[in-house]
Ligand binder design. Structure first.
Ligand code: CA
Length: 433
């Protein structure tokens, strides 16, 4: 039986697409084949597959009988939910077929009319997201933030036993490119006796990976750690925009609320679990003295293959830099292996009380920071709560985000002997309140 970390012919480095722009493409070579929802030339949204600089219209390809009967209905859907809910073997079969269509010259003349220039298409949130949950598995982020509040004991006692999470807001998730309006809310300045209501003064981003749920589970039936990977459809980049001043005032005792729910940005492609197979690595061992996960979160194969070999980067482009024609400045870079829990563990934990996950649900990992400052995944950490602003090449500095600032997240998976793939772009600009 094929396992989620096994590679097949679709991953082979010598597999070449007849789509020229796919060869050497940073994000979407033929080894990736992520699903999205797109509209060509103001037509109706439909499911597509990113290939190089183009998008394959999966619906159209199904219409001309190039896909098996069983795939025609999911390809005709107006979201990827039905596709994600397919059994894992069928999802693999569809990937193999799309790879064949885009590499075998025999199909070229049939398929080519249904390729669209991605730059001329509108991209949407790919799934109908029923529920969105955000975790907190970036241990260096949790430690950095904890230290700002509790220098002697940055991590709370539950952190190494429970994958910490909270239920977020699905309705305000938007695809890359949609501007973010600076939120207004309650904050209590340190020197004030009472709070005020007004535009956020400590606006921040959070670098996260999004996890798309594939097949769900029935209410009352948990997902075992051994089965968790089959319930994950794929991955994206997630920017969990955060109003730090609202957050500090509102979070006790129930956790984040309006400081997070005003907007979240995702890269619009579902990079499938199968596409990620070559880029699964061992979960880094826990530091000496840390507890082992409880049995329901423990699995040897998950420990061997459960981490993601993705390099994550954050870029900042200010309005002045844009006017000066300067490129975005990279403010951090680090590996996604800085997660204390694997994605399989967070899925298993989420369903461990019997809570039902549904196809198209989105889980965020939580901010992923490296131990070094160069890999911190938020401005709150990079600027030490605004006290040590970061310096930009044009002389500007930032403690928190200003209007006109644009944040761009990138994620690249690479491994020796394989063609690198990317998660696509996750970018958005701050608009005034
Ligand atoms: Ca978060």
């Amino acid at each position: 039986m094929t396992q989620w970390w096994n590679v097949d012919e679709t991953h082979a480095a010598d597999r070449i697409s007849w789509v020229d722009s796919a060869v050497g493409h940073a994000d979407f070579p033929v080894q990736n084949l992520p699903y999205g929802l797109f509209a060509p030339h103001e037509q109706e949204p439909r499911i597509g597959v990113a290939i190089g600089d183009l998008i394959l219209d999966l619906w159209a390809v199904a219409q001309i009988d190039l896909l098996d009967e069983g795939f025609r209905q999911v390809a005709a859907s107006s979201s990827v939910n039905a596709l994600l809910s397919l059994p894992v073997e069928q999802r693999r079969a569809l990937r193999r077929r799309i790879s064949e269509l885009l590499t075998d010259e025999a199909y070229r003349s049939h398929v080519e009319p249904y390729l669209f220039d991605a730059a001329e298409c509108t991209l949407f949130v790919p799934a109908q997201i029923g529920d969105y949950t955000d975790f907190y598995v970036g241990i260096h982020h949790a430690t950095n933030i904890g230290r700002q509040f509790r220098p002697d004991a940055p991590l709370l006692p539950n952190y190494k036993y429970v994958p910490i999470g909270y239920h977020g807001r699905a309705s305000s998730i938007r695809p890359s490119g949609v501007a973010v309006r600076r939120p207004s809310g309650q904050r209590k300045p340190p020197e004030a006796d009472v709070p005020v209501f007004g535009p956020c003064t400590r606006l921040d981003y959070e670098l996260e990976i999004g996890v798309w749920i594939a097949q769900g589970n029935t209410l009352g039936s948990p997902i075992s750690i051994q089965d968790a990977a089959d319930h994950i459809g794929g991955f994206c980049l997630l920017n969990d925009w955060s109003a730090r001043d609202f957050q500090a005032w509102e979070y006790q005792p129930l956790g984040p609320f309006l400081s997070k729910s005003f907007h979240s940005t995702i890269s619009p492609w579902v990079v499938t679990t199968d596409a990620m197979a070559p880029f699964r690595v061992a979960q880094p061992p826990r530091p000496e003295g840390d507890p082992q996960p409880l049995p329901y979160l423990s699995d040897e194969l998950d420990q061997q293959h459960g981490a993601l070999k993705i390099t994550l980067e954050v870029f900042l482009l200010t309005a002045s830099m844009r006017e000066q024609g300067l490129p975005p400045f990279r403010v951090s870079q680090g590996p996604a292996t800085n997660m204390y829990w694997t994605v399989n563990q967070i899925v298993t934990h989420h369903a461990s009380n019997g809570c039902n996950l549904n196809p198209g649900d989105l889980l965020g990992t939580g901010t992923i920071s490296a131990p070094e400052r160069s890999g911190f995944g938020s401005l709150l950490e990079l600027s030490t709560g605004g006290q040590e602003p970061i310096h930009l090449p044009n002389g500007e500095s930032r403690g928190f985000l200003e209007d006109g600032d644009e944040i761009i997240l990138r994620g690249t998976a690479s491994a020796p002997g394989f063609v690198s793939i990317g998660l696509g772009e996750c970018r958005a600009k701050i608009q005034p309140a």
